[in-house]
Design a protein around this ligand. Structure first.
Ligand code: SF4
Ligand code: SF4
Length: 125
């Protein structure tokens, strides 16, 4: 599903699209690279084969870590909480685990709508 919402923090409207929710919970639709047409988003970005979170979700058939039946809290997962991801999250002040929790609580559609409205790629840390 793909609708469009005018977002205050983005240079152009951010799509409301559950297919643009990344495996790790980021909202690719609001990412600068995606908005500039330089990245199709996590799911379609086959060059991101380096990402263990992405490959783990793909192996299990999960749309994101919110679907994981093995780990209820992604902060307890070594793949999710790897040192590089922690550093990037700290620098960008983004909280991917909060995104995953919100997807679990509210569902994919509600999450996409909220993130599109805010124009943010992640919930803030
Ligand atoms: S860090 Fe991995 S799971 Fe998250 S958006 Fe990038 S490729 Fe996708
Ligand atoms: S929480 Fe960890 S084990 Fe579960 S899908 Fe995500 S990366 Fe894989």
């Amino acid at each position: 599903m793909s609708l469009v919402s005018k977002a205050p923090k983005a240079s152009r409207p951010v799509a409301i699209d559950t297919n643009l929710i990344a495996r790790c919970g980021l909202y690719c639709a609001a990412c600068k690279k995606h908005l500039q047409g330089r990245c199709p988003g996590c799911a379609e970005n086959h060059r991101a084969s380096w990402c263990k979170v992405r490959s783990c979700c793909d192996e299990h058939g999960y749309a994101s870590c919110a679907d994981c039946v093995e780990v209820s809290d992604p902060t307890r997962c070594r793949r999710f909480e790897n040192p590089v991801a922690r550093l990037i999250g700290w620098v960008l002040r983004s909280d991917r685990s909060a995104c995953v929790r919100l997807i679990r609580e509210s569902g994919y559609q509600s999450y996409a709508l909220r993130m599109a409205r805010s124009g943010r790629q992640s919930l803030p840390r």
